[in-house]
Every structure is written in structure tokens, then in C-alpha cells.
Design a protein around this ligand. Sequence first.
Ligand code: FE2
Length: 402
Amino acid sequence: MWPTTWSSERPIRRVGRIAGRTTEAHTCGAQRDEVTLEDAGLNVTLPDGNPGYFNYYWLRDNCPSSFDPETRERAFDIFGLPAAPRPAAARVEADTLVIEWSGEDHTSHHPLALLAEHARGERRHDPADLPRTPWYADHHPDITRVSQPRLLASEAERRRWMEALLVEGVAIVTDMPDTDEALPETALLIGQIRPTFFGPYFDARVHVQPTNLAYTSKALELHTDVPSEEHAPGIQFLHCRANSVAGGLNLFADGTAVADDLRATDPEAFRLLAETDVPFYKEHRGIDMRARQRVIELDRHGEVSGVTISQHMADVFDLPQRVLDDYYPAFVRFGRMLQDEKYVMRFTLQAGECITFDNRRVVHGREAYSATSGERHLRGTYTDRSELWGIYRAMVSEGRFG
Ligand SMILES: [Fe+2]
């Protein structure tokens, strides 16, 4: 963000002016200090000696004075300018570009070091944009584990947890109290509770009148949750309150690892799954929820950032049948790969553990279990990815970890 203070104590070294529609540069002294004005923007020498070009609208809109010092939000209204912004004069003073704007009583002071960050039109650095590490069936012993009381007490532990979620998409919180409060207390550390049409929490155990396969003792195929909502929830929490039944092994797989392997072995199938929207739905207590999703999600780098798959919430694919000639084999190939022993972690989540995972990257399921052999109760909720990213960015940029 832009600073709110700058120094005007140092002498003017360079000046550029617009005379009518012609452009001229005033170059007193070394060439590297030159400012030249064009019709739509200006050129200025940056601290590294390279030239930088900046558009006049951008310079006016992002004048450091445009931002409210308390909220850091832009308080300037560029729509209110009477005419396109143009400099009456521009010069470099010490390490600052100074622009006197034509037609308004306003002067901008842009630190050259900050201009340099935008000279190449590159996206702002994002501390939360960490490279993902794929994992496979043998990952269970290596899953990042963090103790819930330590999470509550230690920001360094919270950072370790968040980094595991960003990089590997999964972590286990241990030592969870056997209370209803423990789950929101934990989830709120990385975002607001994100309700779905099932409500803010759900209880995966045998229900008398189940509305979802999760509420039975039947096997649950590998899936991501709630793709029938426009934005499926990003982070899922499953707090194991009891698990003494026979069977019911928990299944997890890294969907991005599987999708990366599909890309390497069958690029056309990968392309179809990454480019085709397919419908998901859920009819539930007075709501007919529908959304279209891509099975493979790509990030801005073109890398696989997630998957969305759920056979029990997949609607009838309403694509042209000729398209389905190609789509279905790709869909089935990917679904079979997800189930491959190479990828699927199988273990029993223990009472007192809460597995936390990226619901749009990690697929989960369970084997069938005997409902009469004991008790099995997982209490779940969600937060969103963007709040995880936002809280992590703020922690990193504020340097709160020694
Ligand atoms: Fe689920």
C-alpha cells in the first residue's frame, strides 16, 4: 500500500512539461533523471536506472493522498474528474515523482520505489500464494499435526497449521475437547464459519431419516462437499467426537496430485475436465440447489489448484451427447485414478482429532461400517479459502512470528 508521508525537503532535479498537444522533456543534468510526457502517460527513470511508463489515470487514481490513512481504502473518486487527467508539469524530486495536475489544484508525490513495483504490470506479490506439494497414500504419518490448546495460545502454531493447509491441503488438529464449542473455537482462528444449506454445522452419524449418504453407515465414495452451491466451501473441518465402530475407515486423497498425473498421462482428458462445466444438485428440505463446476480447477499460473467431484451430487449431465462421447471416458478415467491405491490414505480418525482440509483440493470418503458395533460421530463445519489466505497474508506481512 502507498505511504501517507513523503519528504519534500530535497531539491528539484528534473522537470517535464506539456505545451499544448506537444510533448517535451526537460533534461537538466544526468539523463537517468529524465521525465518525458506522452499523450496518455509519462516515462520516468526508476531507481534501478530502467525507464518506467505510467498512465495518467493510474497516476492520478493512485496518488498517495487518494487513500484514507485509517482505513487504507481509496477515498478519491476518479469518476468525478471533469476531464482526463493530464500533468501541467512533472519532475523528480530526490526519490519522488512530483506531478502538478492540469485543471485542478492538486499535486501528486509518488515515491519512485513504489512506482517501480508496478512498472512491469505484474501482479502484486501474494505471500499466501505458496507452491502446493502433492502427497500420496503413505502421507498419514507425515500429516502436519497441531494441538488445539497450542493453536489457541500460539500464533506460530497457527502459522504452521495454515501453511500445511496452503501447501498440502490437509492437517490434523489433535487434543480437541469433546465439546460443541471446540469446533467453532478452532475454525474461527482461520475464518468465519461458512454455512451451507445444511446449516452452520453438520453431524455425520447415523440419522433416523437421513437426508444425505453421510448420515448413514453406507460407504461414501471419494468426493468434495457441496458442489451444488455456486461457491463450494473452501476449508472443511471434521471433528471426531467418537469412533468405536467396526469398519468406517476414513479415506482422503490429494485431488491435485491425481489431476497432475492425469495431465501427464492423458492431456486431452485433462483438458476436458478443466474446461467443461458440469451440473451438480441437491434437493434438500425445500431447496433445489444447483451449480455448474469444472472437475479440475486451474489457478492463474495454469497449475491445478483444486478438484470438484461428487457422484452423489452430480446432476444428469446435460451436455450434448456427442460431447459426452469424449467427456464421460475422461470423467471415469479420473474417478478411477482417484480411487487408485497410489493416492488414497486410509486410516481411522480418532476421537479428539479434527481433520482440516481444503475441500476444493482434497477428496474424502469412508468405508461402510457396522452401525451396531459402536458409536461414530463426526461433527463438521466449513470456512472459506479466501479468509485463510487473508489471515495468513496479514500474519506474514505484520511479521508477528519471531
Ligand atoms: Fe463429505
